[in-house]
Design a protein around this ligand. Structure first.
Ligand code: ZN
Ligand code: CU
Length: 486
C-alpha cells in the first residue's frame, strides 16, 4: 500500500461537482490530491480524522479587492478562516498593475495602499505576491480603470483617444502574456464613466486571443440595468471573451423585484455566449462614499473616513445630526470615505444566488476600518445560513458554486474539485455548525465550523488560527492553460 503525506479519513466528500456527498479517504502528496479512495484503504504519514465533517475543495472567492492586501498580510486570515484557498483579485476595474505611475488615485486606493506594491508590469507585481509567500493563492485581473489612469495621465473624465486606447490594449496584451487571467471594468465609477462601449471593447480585444475572462461592474445596476447587461454582453462578444458579471444586484427600492427581468435575460444570453455572474449573500453593498448613491439606500453606514475620526461603523444620518448639518454636507465633510449601503431586496439576493449562472464572491474590501461583514463571512454564511438553515439549495450545490463552477469560468486549471491529480486545496468543515459570525455591528470576526484548510498541500488554517502553510502563489494564466491541456 502506497504511503501518502497526509490522509484525511472518515469524512464525507463534497467533491465540488455538485455530486451527492460520499464517504471517502482523501490522500495528499506534495501539493496534489494523490487519491480519493474507499474508507480505510489509504495510509498516510499524517492522518486527519474528519468524522462528522465535510471534505470540500478549497473555496474560490471570485470577487475580491485583495490585490495588495495579500502582500501586506500574507496569512490572509479573513479568507483562510472561511475556507477560501484562492482569491480572484483586480475586480471592478481596479488593479495594482500594470501601472507606470507612482501616485495612487482615490478609486485605486480601495485595494492599493502603498506605492511599493504597484507593478509597472504584471510580472513585476506577481513577483511581489510570490515573494510575500501568502498562505493562499491569488489570481489577478487587469483593471480597465487602472489602464485608463495610466494611459490618460489621470485625465480620465473624457473619452480616450485612439492612441490611448492602443496603449491600454498593448498593456493588457502584455499583462495577459505574463499571466494575468483577464480584464475587469468598472464603468459605474467616475474614472471609467466617460469610457464608451467601443473603448472598452477595443481595449479588451486581447482577451479573445489569450482565452481570458472579462468581468464587469456594470455601468448601471439600477434603472438602466438591462441596457448595461446588453453593453456588457456586447463587449464580451466583440472581444471574443467569456464573461463574469460582478456582484449581480438590482439596486434601490424602486428596482426591488427586478431579478424577474434580469435572471431570465441571463438565462437567454447564456445560451448564446459563455456568461456567469457572482453574488454575495447580503442585502447591503459597499464601496466609496458617494452622494449620488445616498438616495438609493435605505440606510448608510460609514466603513472608513480619512478626514473625520471615530465615525466608522456609524449611521450617516446620526453623524449628520451630530454635526448639525444635512446628510449631503456630512458626506462632503467625511471625504475621502467608504460606506455600506442597504439597497437590495432579500428575495432578489436569494433569486440571484440560486440561479444556474451564479457563483459566490465576497466583494470584501480588506483595508476598511469597519468593513462590510462579507469580508469575513460570505462563504460560511452561504453554507450555514442559506443552504442549511433556509434550504435555498443543497450543501453540494452550495459547494459547487464556490468551487468547480468558479474554477471553470475563471479557467483555474486543476482546482475546484476533490479529485486525484488536482491541487490539494481543501476545506474541512462541520456542516452542522458552520456559520458566519461577522455582523454589520461587529464585522471582523472569524466564522465557526471551519476546521482545517489546505492550500497546495500545506495547512493554511487550522482550529481558529493560521496553520503555518505559506504555499500560496500568484496563479499564472499561461501555466494554467498548459496544465488544463496536460
Ligand atoms: Zn464592483
Ligand atoms: Cu468589487
Amino acid at each position: 500500500m502506497a504511503t501518502y503525506d497526509t490522509v484525511i479519513r472518515n469524512g464525507q466528500v463534497a467533491d465540488g461537482t455538485g455530486a451527492k456527498l460520499f464517504a471517502a479517504d482523501v490522500a495528499l502528496k506534495g501539493d496534489r490530491i494523490a487519491a480519493v479512495g474507499t474508507p480505510g484503504s489509504l495510509k498516510g504519514d499524517n492522518e486527519i480524522d474528519a468524522s462528522g465533517k465535510v471534505v470540500a475543495p478549497g473555496f474560490i472567492d471570485v470577487h475580491t479587492h485583495d490585490d495588495t492586501y495579500i502582500i501586506d498580510n500574507p496569512l490572509m486570515a479573513m479568507k483562510a478562516s472561511q475556507g477560501v484557498t484562492t482569491v480572484v483579485c483586480g475586480n471592478c476595474g481596479i488593479s495594482a498593475s500594470p501601472y507606470g505611475r507612482s501616485d495612487i488615485p482615490h478609486l485605486i486606493s480601495l485595494s492599493v495602499k502603498k506605492t511599493e506594491n504597484l507593478g509597472k508590469t504584471f510580472a513585476e507585481f506577481a513577483g511581489k505576491v510570490d515573494a510575500a509567500r501568502p498562505a493562499i493563492n491569488g489570481a489577478f485581473l487587469v483593471g480597465h480603470s487602472t489602464l485608463r489612469f495610466d494611459a490618460m495621465n489621470l485625465d480620465v473624465n473624457r473619452r480616450a483617444t485612439a492612441s490611448e486606447i492602443g496603449a491600454m490594449r498593448e498593456q493588457l496584451d502584455l499583462a495577459l502574456e505574463q499571466g494575468a487571467i483577464g480584464m475587469s471594468s468598472g464603468l459605474f465609477y467616475p474614472p471609467a464613466m466617460a469610457a464608451t462601449t467601443d473603448e472598452v471593447a477595443e481595449v479588451a480585444m486581447p482577451l479573445g486571443k489569450w482565452g481570458a475572462v472579462y468581468t464587469a461592474h456594470m455601468r448601471d445596476e439600477s434603472e438602466d440595468i438591462l441596457k448595461s447587461m446588453d453593453e456588457t454582453f456586447e463587449i464580451g462578444r466583440r472581444a471574443g471573451a467569456h464573461i463574469v458579471v460582478s456582484h449581480h444586484k438590482c439596486a434601490g427600492r424602486s428596482n426591488f423585484g427586478r431579478m424577474r427581468e434580469t435572471l431570465p435575460k441571463f438565462s437567454d444570453a447564456m445560451k448564446q455566449q459563455e456568461i456567469a455572474f457572482d453574488v454575495y449573500p447580503y442585502v447591503a453593498g459597499s464601496t466609496i462614499l458617494r452622494k449620488d448613491m445616498l438616495d438609493r439606500a435605505d440606510k448608510v453606514l460609514i466603513s472608513w473616513s480619512d478626514s473625520v475620526k471615530g465615525v466608522s461603523g456609524r449611521d450617516l444620518r446620526d453623524i449628520a445630526k451630530e454635526m448639525g448639518c444635512s446628510v449631503d454636507e456630512a458626506c462632503d465633510r467625511l471625504q475621502p470615505a467608504g460606506a455600506i449601503y442597504f439597497m437590495m431586496d432579500e428575495k432578489d439576493v436569494q433569486g440571484a444566488m440560486s440561479h444556474s449562472g451564479a457563483m459566490i464572491g465576497s466583494d470584501g474590501i480588506p483595508f476598511d476600518t469597519h468593513p462590510h461583514p462579507r469580508l469575513w463571512g460570505t462563504f460560511p454564511r452561504v453554507l450555514g445560513h442559506y443552504s442549511r438553515d433556509l434550504k435555498l439549495f443543497p450543501l453540494e450545490d452550495a459547494v459547487r458554486r464556490m468551487t468547480s463552477y468558479s474554477a471553470r469560468h475563471f479557467r483555474l486549471a486543476k482546482r475546484g474539485e476533490v479529485k486525484a491529480g488536482f491541487y490539494a486545496d481543501l476545506c474541512i468543515f462541520d456542516p452542522t455548525t458552520v456559520i458566519d459570525t461577522a455582523s454589520f455591528e461587529k464585522p471582523i470576526s472569524p466564522a465557526k465550523g471551519i476546521d482545517t484548510v489546505f492550500c497546495n498541500g500545506a495547512i493554511a488554517w487550522h482550529d481558529g488560527k493560521p496553520g503555518g502553510g505559506r504555499t500560496g502563489r500568484a496563479l499564472n494564466r499561461q501555466q494554467m492553460q498548459d496544465e488544463a491541456k496536460a
